[in-house]
Design a protein around this ligand. Structure first.
Ligand SMILES: [Fe+2]
Ligand SMILES: [Fe+2]
Length: 311
């Protein structure tokens, strides 16, 4: 019998408690202000009559700026994420403690990245603020906001996706300070991923068919949390061309390792709908494989054309 949502949340409560303890024992305290080179800062124009931002102020490569903006806007939408998980998981007991703790940790990410960008003049602060207003005004919903099973599956993948994206954005900045900051953020995202991955692992034990169906729905319809950022398609393409986050990484470094942890393709406890969902997932993973390969070929051809032009 599939578990109804309340039963699922109740059954998972002790797993949340155990993993919350695990999380708290592994999470390291860190301070955003230590990652920001404050002495490089200069007063801006406007109220205080300093100097307006200009493009030449930024020392970062274009694509690193784009990726940082996407990552920060994604972090900025935290009130929407909080609303979603607080509504689904509740604010009591171990679930509630997790919801608030997670929110507090995520809040640090936006604070740290924004301080870094503003002080180093890495991006246009006016454009950034306008983009934040637009993005937050639109809000966010994960596509299955009423289903706890789907939402846990979604965040397990999404936390790992943000981990990879932050880490590779750090490398793309070619700035050791930004790299350290984003590696620190990525380490948090990894712990978040482990928490949700363990939770869904337990859900697989409780109700394998429903868990399997949720995983397939989420993987097949996956969208990054920043997908509704203005101009996301164009931004995501340049991020993919730079190898910061592309389909290959999405398939091989985000989907695969999590699916492997749940032993999705080796399970013997699926029946009917669960089996069907697993088959659909296998087909989708094959399709992603060919799409990733095609993208890599096109990217390589593009690189060669650009190189030929340079000679
Ligand atoms: Fe984050
Ligand atoms: Fe996270």
């Amino acid at each position: 019998m599939p578990l109804d949502q309340t039963a699922l949340l109740i059954e998972l409560e002790p797993v949340v408690a155990t993993n919350l303890d695990r999380h708290l024992s592994l999470a390291k305290e860190w301070f955003p202000h230590e990652y920001v080179p404050w002495s490089e800062g200069r007063t801006y124009d406007g109220l205080l009559g300093g100097e307006a931002w200009q493009d030449s102020d930024s020392k970062l490569p274009d694509v690193a700026r784009t990726a940082l903006i996407v990552n920060l806007l994604t972090e900025d939408n935290l009130p929407s994420y909080h609303h979603e998980i607080a509504t689904l998981f509740g604010r009591d007991g171990a679930w509630g403690t997790w919801v608030h703790r997670w929110t507090a940790e995520e809040g640090r990410h936006g604070i740290a990245i924004r301080d870094y960008l503003t002080v180093t003049r890495a991006v246009d602060p006016v454009e950034l603020e306008r983009a934040r207003m637009d993005h937050m005004s639109a809000g966010f919903s994960n596509g299955h906001p009423d289903s706890a099973m789907h939402s846990i599956a979604y965040v397990a993948f999404q936390e790992l996706a943000t981990r990879i994206s932050h880490r590779n954005t750090g490398k793309a900045t070619e700035d050791p300070i930004a790299e350290q900051l984003l590696a620190r953020v990525a380490a948090d995202e990894n712990l978040h991923m482990v928490f949700y991955r363990n939770l869904l692992g337990a859900a697989f034990e409780l109700d394998p068919d429903s868990a399997m169906q949720a995983v397939t729905d989420v993987v097949v319809g996956f969208e990054m949390p920043g997908a509704n950022i203005d101009g996301f398609g164009r931004k995501a393409l340049s991020i993919a061309l730079a190898g910061i986050y592309d389909l290959r990484q999405h398939r091989d470094e985000v989907l695969q390792p999590v699916l492997r942890q749940w032993n999705v393709f080796g399970r013997t406890d699926l029946s009917g709908e669960g089996e069907k969902a697993r088959e659909q997932l296998a087909t989708h993973m094959d399709e992603l494989e060919s799409q990733a390969a095609r993208f890599e070929q096109r990217r390589e051809a593009r690189r060669q054309r650009q190189e030929a032009k340079r000679v």
